[in-house]
Design a protein around this ligand. Structure first.
Ligand SMILES: [Zn+2]
Length: 140
């Protein structure tokens, strides 16, 4: 069954845009929002993981994440660390290093539990989405 072109699901504007070659641009924009959400989650997991292994600080994590292909400014990263602390996943401690005050973050018990939980879920997700057949055979 095919949908009428004026399907309210897509709306007239989008279909008109598609006819004018704008559809591609629109879908990229929508995709970016989704991908950004994924990456923000991945980055938080990185932070949690490293903070569970030992104290971390902002600049060091910016460099670490850069190696994984994430380019973050301090203006993006610091509020993330802050938010994770506010939510009780990280705790911070100030230390003076070479005359500069540096804020070190480490994972709390809650943070370590969240990491263990996320690790389990990430493994399961990877197992599923890595299937060659796209997971079709796993469906009844
Ligand atoms: Zn990492």
């Amino acid at each position: 069954m095919s949908r009428p072109l004026s399907s309210p699901l897509f709306g007239r504007g989008l279909l008109d845009g598609a006819r004018q070659g704008l559809y591609y641009r629109l879908s990229i924009t929508q995709g970016n929002t989704m991908i950004r959400d994924f990456f923000l989650g991945f980055i938080k997991l990185h932070l949690l993981y490293h903070a569970a292994r030992g104290p971390i600080f902002g600049l060091d994590m910016i460099r670490e994440l850069e190696e994984h292909g994430y380019t973050l400014s301090p203006g993006t990263l610091y509020p993330m660390l802050h938010g994770l602390e506010q939510d009780g996943y990280l705790k911070s401690e100030k230390q003076v290093v070479n005359g500069k005050t540096r804020k070190y973050y480490s994972a709390t018990v809650k943070g370590k539990k969240a990491l263990a939980d996320a690790r389990r879920k990430a493994r399961e997700l990877l197992d599923e989405i890595s299937r060659e057949d796209g997971g079709e055979s796993a469906r009844p």
